[in-house]
Ligand binder design. Structure first.
Ligand SMILES: NC(=O)c1ccc[n+]([C@@H]2O[C@H](COP(=O)([O-])OP(=O)(O)OC[C@H]3O[C@@H](n4cnc5c(N)ncnc54)[C@H](O)[C@@H]3O)[C@@H](O)[C@H]2O)c1
Length: 336
């Protein structure tokens, strides 16, 4: 099956993850790049031996394009992803699905109408340690999950995004909408839903712009830190913190406390998954290192997306999953 892929948005996530992973996938024949900054599209077309177009419409109206990755900034997802679906393309949309639950619901409606596949890039589900932990939790070998603690924090997106500037859209209310909550937090909310096969229902949270400043030296319009207490539908209790101001090594750790032991994931440099049992025994699983902004290895997301198209199966991260996580983010920000 030779697939032709269109990518909307030629910033960092396209350069470091989507484009190289499509290029490496044996089912993908060609990549067509589009960015409203045409120089960025040209440059990636050159780098990944693809082509570029100057308008999004050219991607939507091209019947030879089967698949679209929506890697535009958050405020544009509901426009690009909706149009792509309704043009008959399968879509891999970057997270968050949209900047409001209402927009996200409209995307899901477009998905239903189109009969095409919609997948979200919640890449945390695909790491080896998270997959192993999911397997262990599902097998109930440690009994039920009682509580959890999850964190995602790094130095912030101004050194990651293509502009490498404090003027980044990540700091703008009308474009990012949810700051660190929708950038890093939503990954961990989705991860908890995935690991526990449960859904967060109640939230108590604090959020603030504690340190980041924009290009004018003013505090940013969105939160750079969130701390929250969470309760799931099944009654599990947890805490979570998300930060753009961890000015050292990234923290991407999750701890799951079960009736018969503890699973520590990306918590210690020695091993990606450490299991501590009630009887004192400890098992260390050395699995793959996690991808970070400084360590870009394959996420497996593109392969999983192409696989669900080739085999006509349900995407491993659905629009419904993404909507559930977005609802939690809205509650964290007090909009839910
Ligand atoms: N899954 C992950 O781990 C992960 C990591 C980083 C970013 N992201 C997501 O990926 C998306 C892009 O982030 P990024 O880091 O690449 O940002 P970036 O600032 O590096 O690049 C964004 C690019 O999109 C282009 N763009 C924005 N709106 C557009 C539109 N309407 N039409 C055409 N081009 C448009 C910009 O010109 C820019 O080149 C965001 O939604 C972000 O949340 C996901």
């Amino acid at each position: 099956m030779g697939l032709k892929v269109g990518i909307i948005g030629c910033g960092s996530i396209t350069r470091y993850r989507h484009a190289p992973e499509y290029e490496a996938n044996p089912h993908v024949e060609e990549i067509v790049f589009y960015d409203r900054n045409v120089e960025r599209a040209k440059s990636l077309a050159q780098l990944f031996d693809g082509s570029f177009v100057e308008t999004a419409e050219e991607l939507f109206s091209d019947p030879t394009i089967d698949v679209i990755s929506d890697c535009s900034s958050n405020e544009a997802h509901h426009i690009n992803t909706t149009k792509a679906l309704l043009s008959g393309k399968h879509v891999l949309c970057e997270k968050p699905l949209a900047i409001s639950v209402k927009q996200a619901e409209a995307i899901l409606e477009a998905e239903r109408k189109s009969g095409k596949k919609l997948m979200l890039d919640h890449n945390q589900r695909f790491t080896k340690a998270h997959q192993k932990a999911k397997e262990m939790i599902a097998s109930k070998e440690f009994g039920e999950v009682l509580t959890f603690k999850t964190t995602f924090g790094h130095q912030g997106p101004e050194s990651w995004g293509v502009t490498k500037s404090k003027a980044t859209w990540f700091f703008k209310k009308d474009r990012s909408h949810s700051g660190v909550a929708g950038d890093l937090g939503i990954h961990k909310i989705d991860l908890i839903h995935f690991l526990l096969d449960d859904e967060i229902e109640e939230v108590h949270a604090f959020h603030g712009a504690l340190d980041k400043v924009d290009e004018n030296g003013m505090p940013i319009e969105v939160c750079d830190n969130v701390v929250c207490a969470l309760k799931t539908k099944e009654g599990r209790l947890g805490t979570a913190s998300f930060s753009w101001t961890y000015y050292g090594v990234e923290d991407n750790s999750t701890i799951i406390y079960c009736q018969k032991g503890i699973l520590k994931i990306y918590h210690h440099p020695d091993a990606q998954l450490i299991v501590e049992m009630k009887d004192g025994s400890v098992v260390k699983y050395e699995l793959e290192q996690m991808q970070t902004n400084d360590n870009q290895t394959s996420t497996g997301v593109i392969d999983a997306f192409i696989d669900c198209i080739v085999h006509d199966t349900e995407p491993p991260v659905t629009g419904k999953d993404a909507l559930a996580s977005l609802r939690v983010i809205e509650k964290i920000l007090g909009n839910g």
